[in-house]
Design a protein around this ligand. Sequence first.
Ligand SMILES: Nc1ncnc2c1ncn2[C@@H]1O[C@H](COP(=O)(O)OP(=O)(O)OP(=O)(O)O)[C@@H](O)[C@H]1O
Ligand SMILES: [Mg+2]
Ligand SMILES: [Zn+2]
Length: 729
Amino acid sequence: MTSPPTPAYDVLNRVFGYLDFRGQQREIIEHVVDGGDALVLMPTGGGKSLCYQIPALVRPGTGVVISPLIALMQDQVDALRTLGVRAGFLNSAQDYDERRLVEAEFVNGELDLLYVAPEGLGVAATQRLLDRGKISLFAIDEAHCVSQWGHDFRPDYLGLSMLHERWPDVPRIALTATATSATREEIATRLRLDDARHFTASFDRPNIQYRIVPKNEPRKQLLDLLRTEHPGDSGIIYCLSRASVEKVAEFLNQNGITALPYHAGLDNRVRAANQSRFLREDGLVMVATIAFGMGIDKPDVRFVAHLDLPKSVEGYYQETGRAGRDGQPSTAWLAYGLQDVVQQRKMIESSDGDVNFRRNASKHLDAMLALCETVSCRRSELLAYFGQDQSGDNCGNCDTCLAPPESWDATVAAQKLLSTVLRLQRERGQKFGAGQSIDILVGKQTDKIKQFRHDQLSVFGIGTELRETEWRGVVRKLLAAGHLAVEGEYGTLVLTESSAEVLRGQAKVAMRREVAPVKTRAPKQRSAAAAAPTADLSPAATSVFERLRAWRGATAKEQGMPAYVIFHDATLRAIAALNPTTLSELGTVSGVGQSKLAKFGQQVLDTLHGDGAAADAAPPPSPAARIASRFGDDPPPSPSPSPAAAPAATAASRTATTHPTAASRAAATQRTVAPAVGSSSARPAPAGAGSRFGGAPPAHADEAYPFDFSEEPPDDFDYDFDPPPPDDN
Ligand SMILES: Nc1ncnc2c1ncn2[C@@H]1O[C@H](COP(=O)(O)OP(=O)(O)OP(=O)(O)O)[C@@H](O)[C@H]1O
Ligand SMILES: [Mg+2]
Ligand SMILES: [Zn+2]
């Protein structure tokens, strides 16, 4: 018998139904329970919420949570109430009566957790209200919102430094998934977290498979990905502009995939409705700008796809991190092409920001481009960017590890391209986009070539050894490396200071050979990732799992809650594998806390063993698979804690729990790595074939400044645009 569980462990176990702390949760929670301040950096889906929820339940008083996610507060509070936690929220979207009720509950000490919008805290009336109750802690969630350079800056967060002055004795815990040390320092300074202990978790998300593919026909590539690897899965697709969000959503719907748009230009109600559907229904695809996603805690997002290049690695990592919060295999897929580089460079050049802003933005873009162009492990690059040195590691779950790319010496090709740009400028006084330069190199007799007599240039036709797609790759690489730049509205190519080094042979240019896309699964089959939710179950248990899911869907609908608020897939899977016959046995499954056991336990048993269930029920696990209760012969869980029971009061009372069965443990830790890579032809598909997916070239394209990439031209400049994150060093 080990030492008795701490109050924090008891809450973890009894209220949340979890068997162990994850990572640094235990240390963080103990530190805050003891009254210390903390700054917590953990990746998306890392488990930050428990770091303030458990101390709020253990310490006397109400934990006040500051969160910018007004649209999600209702769901968060519902989820906590389902767990038997007394939670409420105050925000501007609430009506007067509701507000009064919550205020009264707070003052009377009847709340464990109170969610407040940051703008609310600036109001004197709210501050007076808080003075009338007992506060156990302040949790500042999404703390990177205080960063003025960041993606998600909220001016009201700046006012939060007053918490420290007004309530000096209340511990504060700030949490974020934004990882760089610059952001961390900025948060600590602005929130006056001078004495806070910093906790930085590993940012690795091993269940996410990172893939970056050359962009040829993006929508077709996307459709392929969804059809072959993620049929029926929930996922998020990020686009840069609002117009492309609309178009891609429409395109998917036309192709039989239910997709919803989300961007800042949509009416508030439409946005809220789409978000709510995405959270509640299974298998929906959200097509969105970066305006979507913060705080989305849907655990079973199976893929995050980017159709445009993100502006920074921070942004990319946060967006991709929304996949696979349940720890199950998931895909992060990005299609990236020359046009992305041109477009982003142009956007930076033409932005209203000052020199600093542009330098910053360029640095962030450069880091993102380096990630795209790398020939080594994407995950190591990502983690190294966040200061976690993984150099030389091979993660086995990214495209470069699964299909190591060859690199080739592109110095001569680069010289040819740069001299074309140089000659156009010197001999003709002209500037053109990439398309014309490539046509010159491959010796194509187009009207425009004839019109400008470019076939008389000495470089005409000197580049037939490469295909057009490969030439575009060379341009992309040169832009990424800064040996070439784009200028003006049409993205014409111009030389840079370092072009000369390449032309003189003083700088080498190594390129990734673009192989056919990593095909990790056979077409028309569910992927390892997609199939994972049932992968470890026997056929009989799989059918039980499906029945449980159907029950959960119906129950969620009835209660107007997202299905995962009832039980996660992982929990249902563990239940299907265990096939418990009693409530106390059911209570041993990870994710089944006391309150959920009381609310849903009997229904689950009925679903397992009721009418019609017997025929295909899984056989009970062998005795060996059932591991004795962790604390010896504890009594079964107390049957029916009311949602209003104060967990704080009972925190120390030990309940019967629990140890995962071998099966549920295996399910919880199971991680499927995609099988080996399929055949890959060394050359990409020929360019131009049906590229421009439904888009016409911009009408204003001046003849002398052609905008002639075969990728889709940008729709407009209607972006949900944010300033780049701050400088990192
Ligand atoms: N100790 C644990 N055992 C099992 N599951 C856990 C544990 N801690 C957290 N989880 C689960 O992990 C998931 C992610 O947790 P959480 O919502 O707290 O993430 P987060 O760090 O706040 O992410 P984000 O940055 O997206 O807000 C949740 O579904 C949660 O229930
Ligand atoms: Mg969170
Ligand atoms: Zn890797």
